[in-house]
Design a protein. Structure first.
Length: 425
């Protein structure tokens, strides 16, 4: 277990039930401090990619530490504001053009145009605009990611304006008399320092073509190892050549650009765990498998079913006085949804392939802690599938005290927006 103890896990389940997410304030702050130390030459802004885990308690912890926010929709912008984040500390980069963009700009948010249409929409609302509100997101022609589904750069990605369309970008800028202050690029979730070095070079080349740009945002995607043996990105290692590239750019052009980064997974992945309960154990015979059926699944943890993502599983006996299991058993862990794809232990990057795990011998009622569940779990669940209520969320503070930060969804809330229907036929 990373930040929980068996006794704490039992205590939290006893008090709040299962399934539920548990976050660790101490780990969150450690990761935030590491991000704020990213090497930079002329100033750094760290933006939390809130899509990773947007609970207000987490937003407030990071806001208090000086982190800004990267929002991926107008709805995330309003959610961050509701949590107490100042609008001027929020940057919006979205696939969908916000219908309320004018109102959000009036509030003071930063905005990265992610397509030619989005850039033109800003121009229509803010002709002749100056200041630091406008950025332009480019696809630099290079991508990186653990899987194709987490790669958001290169010719197979729709994210950002294709770098060869710079003439069209300049034409729109001239048409609306705009002065973008920022170039934004983001290539996906990888950890290769050579790739980040190359991307920073490509991105600085884009900045060079836009003389009003004062900030380069290199996005996030800093890989975090969840399983033993998986490597995590060393921010000092990937940041050192980026800092050097900024310094060389300044020597060549006379322009000292500030740096922005947008970590999400890096900040929260290993600061969260999903507590579930083994609610059944079934077998398909000697030539088959033993299955642990959990009271959680794709309604709380979609990543394995979507990506074949790997999460450590730790079994905690429901009985604190029970002797520790010595002989490991081979299990397939599955979720509670009536869906054959609700698989907690797929093969790596192969969501349809079963992968047995060697775990301690389990009994019905034991706790199954799914580690590494702080990023893209509660925020990216198939909420209410099979009408399962949204799980609760708990924050363990730096003193080790658990606090409920999201209550379990009342069942009636699932259908509260439905309206009566009477056919006129």
């Amino acid at each position: 277990l990373r930040f929980l103890s068996p006794d704490t896990a039992r205590e939290i389940r006893q008090k709040y039930g299962s399934p539920l997410y548990v976050y660790d304030e101490k780990t969150l702050k450690q990761q935030a401090a590491s991000s704020l130390a990213f090497p930079n030459a002329y100033g750094l802004t760290v933006r939390f990619a809130m899509k990773a885990c947007p609970n207000s308690a987490i937003l407030q912890i990071f806001d208090n530490m000086g982190l800004h926010i990267d929002a991926s929709s107008s709805y995330e912008v309003r959610r961050a504001i509701a949590a107490g984040v100042a609008p001027e500390r929020i940057s919006l980069s979205s696939q969908e053009l916000a219908s309320d963009l004018g109102e959000l700009l009036d509030m003071g948010i930063k905005y990265n145009a992610c397509s030619l249409r989005q850039l033109r929409a800003f121009g229509e609302l803010r002709r002749g605009a100056r200041g630091d509100q406008l950025g332009v997101r480019f696809n630099p022609g290079l991508g990186s990611g653990g899987t194709g589904k987490t790669n958001v750069g290169g010719p197979s990605s729709s994210f950002g304006i294709w770098h060869e369309l710079m003439p069209e970008v300049k034409a729109i800028i001239d048409e609306y008399d705009l002065e973008p202050a920022r170039v934004h690029t983001h290539i996906g979730s990888g950890s290769d320092p050579a790739v980040w070095t190359r991307v920073s070079g490509l991105s600085l080349g884009l900045c060079e073509q836009l003389p009003t740009v004062r900030v380069l945002n290199l996005g996030g995607g800093y890989k975090v190892g969840r399983m033993s043996g998986e490597k995590s990105t060393d921010l000092q290692t990937v940041g050192a050549p980026v800092k050097e590239a900024f310094e060389q750019f300044a020597q060549r052009t006379g322009r000292e650009l500030a740096l922005e980064i947008e970590p999400g997974t890096f900040l929260v992945a290993n600061a969260g765990a999903l507590l579930s309960t083994v609610q059944d154990i079934v077998t398909t015979g000697e030539q088959g498998h033993s299955f642990l059926k959990l009271d959680a699944g794709m309604t709380e943890l979609l990543r394995p079913s979507l990506y074949g993502a790997q999460h450590p599983l730790v079994l905690v006996s429901a009985d604190a006085s029970a002797p520790a299991a010595t002989e490991p058993r081979s299990y397939i862990a599955v979720g509670h949804c009536c869906e054959s794809g609700d698989l907690v232990t797929p093969a790596p990057d192969q969501p349809e392939v079963l992968q047995p795990r060697e775990l301690a011998a389990a009994a019905v009622g034991d706790i199954c802690v799914v580690e590494g569940a702080g990023a893209y779990c509660s925020s990216m669940s198939t909420k209410n599938y099979n009408s399962f209520p949204e799980a609760a969320e708990v924050m363990v503070d730096a003193a080790g005290e658990p606090h409920l930060v999201r209550q379990r969804q009342p069942l009636e809330q699932i259908w509260q927006n439905e309206l009566p229907f009477k056919s006129t036929a």
